[in-house]
Design a protein. Structure first.
Length: 145
């Protein structure tokens, strides 16, 4: 019985050590707000991450929530201490607000991470009007006391 218990404890320790030494993906940020973007002009953001774990990380897939978003990612193994990226391009064809997601799948300790893109697609005219209406820093008058 002692041998069986000792074997069980040894197996448990080995399994626990194996799980503890996975790669860890740490993104700089998981949500990006484009603000207002011009309709018809694709907008791209690169989500950067670092492997803070002890083992290499492989991203096996990055799936967009719809066909209007196209992800690409680091295809090579990201070694411990090294960095990689997931790029997401939103096509901005339809006007209005948007909130899209990209689900990243990997062999990391947390196997799925969801990244978000949000913003508002406006016409070129509306974007130019908004830019012209905003006062420039040089145009502001200094207050007097």
């Amino acid at each position: 019985m002692k041998k069986f218990f000792s074997l069980f404890v040894a197996m448990f320790v080995l399994v626990a050590i194996g799980y503890a030494q996975k790669g860890v993906i740490k993104f700089e940020k998981e949500t990006h707000d484009f603000g207002k973007i011009e309709q018809g002009k694709p907008a791209t953001y690169v989500f950067k991450f670092k492997n803070t774990g002890k083992e290499p990380v492989f991203i096996s897939d990055a799936a967009a929530s719809c066909g209007c978003t196209k992800p690409s990612w680091t295809k090579e193994a990201v070694m411990p201490g090294q960095s990689g990226s997931v790029s997401a391009t939103y096509n901005a064809a339809a006007g209005g607000g948007f909130n899209k997601s990209v689900t990243v799948t990997s062999n990391a300790e947390t196997p799925t991470v969801v990244l978000y893109l949000k913003g508002e697609v406006v016409s070129k005219e509306a974007l130019e009007t908004a830019g012209a209406a905003a006062p420039k820093a040089a145009d502001k008058k200094k207050g007097t006391k």
